[in-house]
Ligand binder design. Structure first.
Ligand code: NAD
Length: 498
């Protein structure tokens, strides 16, 4: 069986801990590979490589850094199909969706290519007589990234291109469930010409992450994953004096008002709820329909579309939705559908009985639609992270927004309406970091920043865009004077400006 190791100093490094995790092909259910799970000592070796590299990388000219990033961008464009196939093989999502993931990751490499513009400092001349003040931003040193299974290429690309462009060196700990895409991204960075130690990958689980959090030479940690782990990562990083951004889970609501075009809303709800089998942090998992008339029509339109979806292996061009990541996760998702009726929901579409001919052992689950869901139910309360869409009925706009704002999460929210005034109210009143107006998955472009509110993000910075640049740099303010020695004198007063 194939064994997946680490990548340090631009070289593959076999695992040395003797611990391995399984990597499945979710479409067949077969164990496709095993991935090495790093020990603390192996993490230390990767951090040492990154630290050694930072000594020269931190001072490497912007011209050289961006030259390498442009070359990296070209390599990723040339290999996007190969990367998408790696994603599909271990994650299961369909090829077109995997290509979309690579494309959204590429946006961040393109942002990183523009880093000289982002790192331009500020200069004030003659703030006092003969005194100038400059503000500059400098890299932190070694930074680490810990990423989830659901975007094995895009989420690493949210992090390391910006970090490296800013002059840091990076240690990536991808998800152990689908590690190959992250590893391939590092191999391609080496091929692009990035010096040894600039981008390193250690595969592993909690043990590796805890070492990264505790390591004295790691200056900052970017994390994307579930809320309980994000919360623990923030605490661990702060305890060890590190800068941290920890993006967590979500339960994204889509508000549909009675004046919305219900066909447009149904298309959007189906795409955003069931795309990537619902394993997206920006998936729509709750539709809040205002008024029974809206809800009845919308549920019918969504159900019709949901029943028509083609579910099958991700490498079959006919498939619109692939399998879930593991058998355990599929069972967990199915349990929410099975328990929904007993809690009072109406199971309009039940996908739990699906089998895909020829792929009976794959981790497939059909799509489900639950109507008349209420906040007390398990399906509403928890992040299911699967192809299950809940519909909650609200009497009016105010009740709907109050419901959305009572959620502990605040990643993305969307409103579907033809009324600009109500949409504007929603933008200002909803407690989410990212808002869509007639856009169900409002993932910001690379030159804006991505981040949720409340339990969807622990830390002060959103990821990529200007917030990414701020996160991966620290400020320095330089006050300069070139005094005439003839005018120099002792003065014990606090410096004031003249
Ligand atoms: P996860 O939290 O289980 O794992 C994320 C990473 O943390 C992995 O690399 C894993 O190895 C590591 N990890 C797991 N348990 C750990 C522990 N106890 N201590 C230290 N490290 C640990 O998440 P997942 O299942 O891989 O990904 C799905 C979750 O990620 C969902 O909750 C989803 O909403 C969230 N997500 C959020 C965003 C966002 O931008 N907010 C984006 C993508 C995914």
């Amino acid at each position: 069986m194939k064994t997946i190791g680490h990548f340090v100093d631009n070289k593959p490094v076999p695992g040395a801990s003797g611990r391995y995790g399984p990597v499945f092909d979710p479409a067949t259910g077969a164990r496709a590979a095993r991935v090495a799970l790093a020990s603390a000592a192996e993490v230390d070796a990767a951090v040492a490589a990154a630290r050694a590299a930072h000594r020269s990388w931190g001072g490497t000219s912007l011209a050289r850094r961006t030259g390498l990033l442009f070359r990296y961008r070209e390599l990723l464009v040339a290999r996007r199909d190969e990367l998408a196939r790696l994603i599909t093989a271990e994650h299961g999502k369909v090829h077109a969706d995997a290509l979309g993931e690579v494309a959204r990751g590429l946006e961040i490499v393109e942002l990183a290519c523009a880093i000289p513009e982002k790192l331009k400092g500020e200069l004030s001349t003659q703030v006092s007589t003969g005194v100038d003040v400059a503000s500059i931003r400098q890299p932190l040193g070694v930074v680490a990234g810990v990423t989830p299974f659901n975007f094995p290429a895009m989420v690493p690309l949210w992090m390391f291109p910006v970090a490296i462009a800013c002059g840091n060196t990076f240690v990536l700990k991808p998800s152990e469930k689908d590690p190959s895409a992250g590893l391939r991204l590092a191999e391609l960075a080496a091929e692009a010409g990035f010096p040894e130690g600039v981008l390193n990958v250690v595969n592993g689980d909690r043990e590796a992450v805890e070492r990264l959090l505790a390591h004295p030479d790691v200056a900052a940690v970017s994390f994307v994953g579930s809320t309980p782990v994000a919360r623990a990562i923030q605490r661990g990083a702060v305890e060890h004096g590190k800068r941290v951004q920890a993006l967590g889970g979500a339960k994204n609501h889509m508000l549909v008002l009675p004046d919305a075009d219900l066909d447009v809303a149904a298309d959007a709800a189906v795409s955003a709820a069931y795309g990537s089998a619902g394993e997206r942090c920006m998936a729509v998992s709750v539709v809040v329909a205002v008024g029974d008339e809206t809800a009845d029509a919308l549920v019918a339109a969504v159900a019709e579309r949901a029943r028509a979806l083609v579910i099958g292996p991700g490498d079959d061009p006919a498939s619109e939705m692939g399998p879930l990541i593991t058998a355990e996760h599929r069972e967990k998702v199915a349990s929410y559908v099975r328990g929904a009726a007993a809690q009072g929901a109406e199971v309009v579409v039940d996908g739990t009985g699906l089998t895909v001919p020829g792929h009976e052992d794959g981790f497939f689950l059909g799509v489900s639609l639950l109507d008349r869901v209420s906040p007390g139910m398990d399906a509403y309360r928890d992040e299911i992270f699967g192809p299950v869409l809940c519909v909650v009925r609200a009497a009016d706009y105010d009740e709907a927004v109050a419901l959305i704002n009572s959620s502990p999460w605040g990643n993305g929210s969307a409103v579907f309406t033809r009324d600009g005034g109500t949409a504007r109210r929603f933008q200002l009143e909803v407690e989410s970091g990212m808002v869509g107006v007639n856009v169900p998955i409002p993932v910001p472009v690379g030159y804006h920043s991505f981040g949720g509110w409340k339990e969807s993000l622990f830390g002060d910075h959103h990821i990529y865009g200007n917030d990414g640049v701020r996160f991966y740099t620290r400020g320095k303010v330089i006050t300069t004077r070139w005094p005439d020695p003839a005018e120099s004198a002792v003065n014990l007063g606090f410096p004031s400006h003249t």
